[in-house]
Design a protein around this ligand. Structure first.
Ligand code: ANZ
Ligand code: ZN
Length: 800
């Protein structure tokens, strides 16, 4: 037997798989389809991170297992290649982002191929290919035609150092997600997508899919549906509408607060006695991020608006009106009724400005702190609803307020429309032109793709315009509608665009007539199982579900939801439990692991490392353990025995292992599946041999995790065909129970011997067997048995 040498073996099988197209899925098959999907990587300059293969290997195990089970499996991969890091690298090194992307992809691809993941490489896609982004642009036009894309001047998050507008989700605690620099608010004309129009469906349709709970919860929280009321408060000679989720507390509304950006400041400026002060405050507020403004436990600031009197519509009392930055213009109506007794931020504010705090729900001490418990507490000081619970009071007061014409029920969402413009080069050009006569006009399909023109510099202009705006002969064009002069849009799409529909393209990646044929989509969609990181649970998942629903509404796809199932893996941390990063110097390079231990060991380790859903630290020791297991599997070649007894001895363990591995692979419990196979191999070594047939079964079980070595052993053993075509083993329920068990025999409470008996032995038989044990027989000799206690399968106690 040759020594196990992973290098030639892994190379050999990877070549065979590629040459024969073993993992190419067919669009025309009678088999049942199975479509597993992993989030396609952004091909960064750093190459593959050890975190990537955790997800890819996991679904590879599932994919390989399903193929052996007879499914037609599509396991695709591609590149999400537009985006800032590549562009920033291009700017710095004066290399075209196209070239940077190409090089990075080549490196990523080499790395992924070295892992032997059963991707269908014939369907590889790249979001920066013209043939791909043609369809990203086409989808944008469908959104525009449906009125779901509009341009709007609105305050956006502006990063001064990247010179780019950021989506809310790209702002992390007031700083830029990319560069860590300060983010300010700036007014800019932006393309927006009306994702809010789909907010209800994006929540309600979660009932149709099988996502792990924490993913569903995060989707719901991000969309943030709140049931409440809009209520009119008289202010001066008009009224201001507030949004509240707590109409039951209206009798405790002792002041009102408007956002610094509220239009009433402008409308009533002639009446505001301290206008200068109010405007100065507004200017200060503009410097803060939304995050800073709405945080609790920050010192509340504000200015009383003098000259405008407000009235609580129920108590009919005059209440002061304030402007404060803790109220945002982008949520609700930009105005609130403040209830310091029962809202934490209002309480903090009232303490600073010494405003009256009235208790309207009993149960706490509202002078000390806001009482916010809505499940316990009784309404007080509120004539119409006194004595009711919060829930009952909400109901009753809402009806009353509606009946009086003071307000209406209202559902609000945290979700905002999606800022879809970027003033950047390395993204999909937005396929619209502006004509003085016709307004915004989409390009006809025949003019797609609108390709990125060559530019001299990829840097945005200092006033934040896209570098495309500098190419005047590209910008000036003719209107598709009236043939008059028109200007192209120079903003590009955000990185989220290409990944919002890529799973559809895999179904039919070379189609030039449609984004994918109807037949291919009907066959492959929905994705059966999508695995990805928790960091993509809110945005990518939401954006792609939104696009999919739009495509559903216009008849391109036939399922309302793109992903039937969503799971999520934990991160792989450095050995010291910290995040792996270049700056910490604790990055493990997958290339080195594959070189030293082999892809099979690496794959196995990634699956063995711990609970798949949890974050785990890397461990070099663990790698060595996996390598040892593979070597032991290799050496079994020399331990083949023909006698049936070797099969009998592990029969029950083998069937149990088949059951465990089959179930654990499906439920992402790879670590326990591998542990079960490790303990089976220990048993085989203890027994001292294995039959050919059992070895064959063992190789199939291990194959999804360690595909190269098992395929090689299959061939060495002379088994039929290729392992990747073998049927997945079935277990026999009746063989799962232990056939024999060991029973301790006690005489007068002391263990005197042990007997091995059939598991289902009767009490009479067990006593006969016990008496055949020499020690036990000796001790019973000439004594009268007074009592026998047999606990089936556990213990036999004889009292003499
Ligand atoms: C009175 C009240 C009493 C409130 C009380 C809460 C508790 P969610 O659940 O997040 O929708 N609010 C409304 N618009 C706001 C804005 N633009 N900026 C900041 N805060 C705003 O929260 C709704 C509650 O947040 C509303 O209900 C309002 O305060 C506040 F015991 O009204 B409430
Ligand atoms: Zn025109």
């Amino acid at each position: 037997m040759e020594k196990y040498n992973h290098k030639p073996i892994e190379k050999k099988w990877q070549d065979i798989w590629e040459e024969k197209g073993v993992f190419h899925a067919s669009n025309d098959s009678d088999k049942e389809k199975f479509y597993p999907l992993v989030e396609f990587p952004y091909p960064s300059g750093q190459g593959l991170h050890v975190g990537h293969p955790r997800s890819y290997t996991a679904l590879d195990v599932v994919a390989r297992r399903r193929r052996l089970d007879g499914y037609n499996v599509l396991y695709p991969i591609g590149w999400d290649a537009f985006g800032l890091p590549t562009e920033n690298y291009a700017i710095k090194n004066k290399i075209h982002p196209k070239i940077v992307t190409k090089d990075n992809i080549a490196n990523f691809k080499r790395q992924l191929m070295s892992l032997g993941i059963s991707f269908d490489w014939s369907r590889e896609i790249n979001t920066t290919d013209e043939g791909y982004y043609k369809w990203t642009q086409w989808i944008f036009i469908q959104l525009f035609n449906k009125g779901l894309a509009y341009k709007n001047k609105m305050p956006i998050n502006w990063c001064n150092s990247c010179k780019v507008g950021l989506a809310n989700e790209e702002v992390i605690q007031g700083t830029c997600e990319r560069c860590g620099g300060e983010v300010v608010r700036k007014e800019k004309n932006q393309w927006m997508l009306k994702i809010t129009e789909y907010a209800d469906r994006l929540i309600d349709d979660l009932d149709l899919v099988n996502y792990i709970d924490r993913v569903k919860i995060q989707q719901k929280n991000w969309i943030g549906r709140s049931y409440g009321m809009e209520i009119k408060f008289p202010v001066d000679d008009t009224s201001l509408t507030v949004f509240t989720t707590r109409p039951d507390t209206i009798y405790g509304a002792t002041y009102m607060v408007i956002s610094p950006e509220h239009p009433i400041i402008q409308e009533k400026s002639h009446k505001i006695q301290n206008l200068d002060e109010v405007l100065a405050y507004k200017e200060e507020a503009a410097k803060k991020s939304e995050f800073e403004r709405t945080e609790v436990n920050t010192e509340k600031t504000g200015v009383r608006v003098l000259g405008l009197d407000a009235v609580n519509p129920l108590t009919k009392q005059n209440i002061p009106l304030f402007v404060s930055d803790y109220v945002l213009m982008t949520y609700g109506t930009g105005a609130i009724m403040a209830v310091p007794g029962h809202d934490t931020r209002d309480h903090e504010f009232a303490k600073v400005f010494d405003l009256p705090i009235v208790e309207v729900v009993s149960g706490g001490n509202v002078q000390e702190e806001a009482f916010t418990d809505i499940d316990n507490g009784t309404i007080v000081n509120s004539p119409i609803i006194d004595g009711l619970s919060v829930k009952e009071a909400k109901e009753k007061i809402s009806e009353y307020i509606e009946a009086q014409g003071l307000g209406t029920k209202k559902v609000n969402f945290k979700l905002r429309d999606w800022v879809f413009s970027r003033q950047r080069y390395w993204g999909e050009p937005i396929p619209l032109v502006y004509c003085e006569k016709c307004g915004w006009v989409p390009l006809p399909d025949s003019e797609l793709p609108l390709t990125l023109p060559e530019v001299e510099s990829y840097e945005p202009t200092d006033d934040g315009e896209s570098p495309l705006s500098k190419i005047t002969d590209w910008v000036s064009t003719t209107c598709p509608c009236c043939s008059g002069p028109a200007q192209r849009e120079t903003d590009t799409m955000p990185q989220w665009a290409g990944s919002s529909w890529y799973f559809l393209r895999y179904a039919d990646p070379d189609n030039n007539e449609e984004l994918a044929s109807k037949k291919a989509l009907d066959y492959w969609m929905p994705v059966d199982w999508y695995n990805g990181g928790m960091e993509h649970t809110t945005l990518h998942l939401l954006y792609s579900r939104f696009w999919h629903k739009v495509l559903y509404d216009i008849g391109v796809v036939t399922n309302p939801e793109p992903y039937a199932k969503r799971t999520s893996h934990g991160m792989i941390l450095g050995e010291n439990n910290e995040k792996m990063s270049k700056s910490r110097g604790n990055v493990v390079n997958p290339d080195e692991i594959v070189e030293e231990y082999g892809a099979d060991t690496f794959r196995m380790y990634e699956m063995f490392i711990g609970d798949f859903e949890k974050s785990v630290p890397w461990s070099s020791l663990g790698i060595k353990g996996c390598r040892r297991f593979i070597e032991r599997t290799w050496k079994l070649q020399e331990m083949i025995r023909e006698e049936d007894i070797f099969s009998d001895k592990i029969e029950s363990s083998l069937h149990k292992t088949i059951k465990k591995v089959t179930e654990d692979y499906e439920t992402l419990k790879f670590n326990t599946a591998i542990a079960a196979m490790m303990s089976l191999i220990n048993e085989i070594y203890d027994i001292g041999g294995i039959t050919k047939k059992d070895y064959q079964t063992f190789l199939i079980l291990l194959n999804p995790v360690a595909p190269h070595v098992t395929e090689e052993l299959w061939q060495l053993m002379g088994f039929d065909g290729f392992l990747n075509e073998a049927p997945w083993p079935k277990y026999d329920e009746s063989k799962l129970v232990e056939s024999t068990i060991e029973i301790p025999v006690q005489i007068n409470g002391k263990v005197r011997g042990k007997i091995v008996v059939a598991a289902n032995i009767s009490q009479d038989e067990v006593i006969t067997m016990a008496k055949s044990d020499l020690v036990v027989k000796d001790m019973l000799d000439g004594k009268e048995i007074k009592k026998i206690i047999y606990v089936p399968g556990k213990i036999l106690n004889i009292v003499v």
